[in-house]
Design a binder for this molecule. Structure first.
Ligand code: ATP
Ligand code: F6P
Length: 456
């Protein structure tokens, strides 16, 4: 007799809908933080969406015709009305998203620099007509480092849809500086005494220090932990699978076989690639499988540190370890088709699912956020999970991401995205990719050509 052990997924720990509201002057990284939080929370299985009030404002009016920076002057009554209306619209959409249970966390991305605006948000979260009241958490980004602000404006803001193609970069920069002044005139930072009842974190000078107050619940504590680990320093993360293994050659899953001849050749070429890249303080993180250690052996002296993490081992295929996909289908046809139906959630008997892998890899993601240049040498399924995090891929797509052998994936984080470059080496390797089978046709494919073309 089998006993079913129920594991609580991250989802089930989250019951109260959460609103996370950003606070801060323009160019303080609020949208950057919103984007990263959405990506992270969705990846760990908490459905999250950002509501950017700037986008509502751009739809509502033409900011250039409304006086550019003057549009943000608190004495401009018409503009204040438009801005309040936009914030209300975004809140209503956010409410619908949470009430409909489509999402568990909504990120309210606006400046929210005044107490009345934050009170409006708090009242909205406590409204009786919501299914459940929303738990509110503020993230305030405080930054007075002129170099950070200058680079945020010149690298990101002058290219925003407000300015791009409408004025020169210098004009855009001057207008944006005026916008910051207009906001500064009204800015009331969060404060421990006056806002004693609120829950918030202040991120000071891009994470040089933090002030955390009144953290309440699972989502808020994960958000705090995440914010304390991210940084803005430029760097790249390199992902690769081990070189082709003996098991790869014969199509077997998992195991702990050594590299094939082609695999050894890849390990040598990989060294040449990293010699050329000449990366300072490179860290190499490997799984604990032989094929990965053999791939890394050739690179060791190019790295500042080499670490072997058990959590980077390949998905555990349980009773299917050592089988080919054909053996798997023949021996366990029901299991095989279950996997095709929902590959992300399917757990191999006595093994793991992709969902399990994501939970196992969370410490790797957190550590990748903390570090500078890292090369991860691991496996098909684990690299898919890491790639899905950086490339913001949906759970349905994750188990089908194409991560070929003998390929380096270079990830370079940018302001609101991540640049992804793939370097495919010219060394033969088998293709271990198994595509998602196409939907079964609703009628049987038997008979002549003419009746094959006919619908039922
Ligand atoms: P706005 O109010 O105009 O929408 P914003 O506060 O949303 O501005 P972003 O568009 O997110 O600002 O600015 C992006 C830039 O902020 C990126 O270049 C990123 O490097 C930088 N950044 C990210 N986090 C922080 C932070 N905590 N403090 C300061 N800058 C940051
Ligand atoms: O075939 C190589 C391999 O790394 C196996 O060890 C692993 O089970 C498989 O890829 C993961 O890919 P998929 O989840 O598509 O079966």
């Amino acid at each position: 007799m089998f006993t079913r052990v129920h594991q609580y997924s991250t989802n089930e720990q989250v019951r109260v809908p959460n609103v996370i509201a950003l606070v801060g002057l323009p160019a303080r990284g609020k949208t950057y933080i919103s984007y990263k939080l959405c990506r992270y929370l969705n990846w760990i299985g908490i459905k999250t969406r950002a509501f950017n009030v700037g986008e509502y404002r751009r739809q509502a009016c033409d900011f250039e015709k409304e006086g550019k920076a003057d549009f943000f002057d608190h004495s401009n009554e018409r503009a204040v009305r438009i801005r309040d209306e936009c914030a209300k619209h975004a809140m209503e959409d956010m409410g619908r998203y949470l009430d409909s249970k489509k999402g568990e966390v909504a990120v309210f991305d606006a400046t929210n620099t005044t107490r009345p605006r934050r009170k409006m948000l708090l009242d909205f979260c406590n409204r009786e007509d919501h299914e459940t009241k929303f738990r509110l958490f503020f993230i305030e980004s405080v930054c007075d480092d002129p170099d950070i602000i200058d680079s945020n404006i010149t690298e990101v803001k002058v290219n925003s849809p407000d300015y791009k193609g409408r004025m020169t970069e210098e004009q855009a920069k001057q207008d944006f500086l005026q916008r910051i002044e207009k906001y500064s005139a009204q800015y009331a930072p969060l404060c421990e005494e006056k806002d004693a009842e609120l829950s918030f974190i202040k991120v000071i000078n891009a994470g040089r220090s933090f002030f955390v107050h009144n953290v309440n619940g699972h989502v808020q504590s994960r958000v705090v932990y995440f914010l304390m680990n991210i940084h803005l320093l430029p760097r790249s993360i390199y992902l690769t699978r081990h070189g082709e293994s003996e098991y790869n050659k014969i199509g077997r899953l998992g195991g702990d076989s050594p590299l094939s001849e082609n695999g050894v050749c890849y390990a040598h070429k990989l060294r040449k690639y990293f010699e050329k890249e000449n990366i300072q303080d490179l860290r190499i993180w490997c799984s604990q499988k032989i094929r990965v250690a053999q791939t890394a052996n050739h690179l060791k002296d190019l790295a500042a540190h080499v670490e072997y993490w058990k959590v980077l081992d390949e998905i555990d295929a349980g009773i299917c370890e050592g089988l080919t996909y054909e053996d798997f289908e023949a021996r366990y046809p029901k299991q095989f088709s279950e996997r095709d139906k929902d590959k992300y959630h399917y757990r191999y008997p006595s093994g793991e699912s992709y969902e399990d892998l994501v939970a196992r890899l969370e410490p790797v993601i957190m550590e990748l956020e903390r570090q500078s240049n890292v090369l991860v040498i691991s496996h098909q399924a684990t690299i898919r999970c890491i790639l899905a995090y950086f490339d913001n891929k949906k759970r349905e797509e994750l188990p089908y991401l194409n991560v070929p052998l003998h390929t380096v994936i270079k990830l370079t984080p940018k302001a609101y995205s991540c640049q992804i470059e793939m370097f495919k080496f010219k060394i033969d390797a088998v293709d271990t990719y198994r595509a998602k089978p196409t939907e079964e046709l609703p009628w049987e494919l038997n008979g002549t050509e003419s009746n094959l073309c006919r619908s039922p």
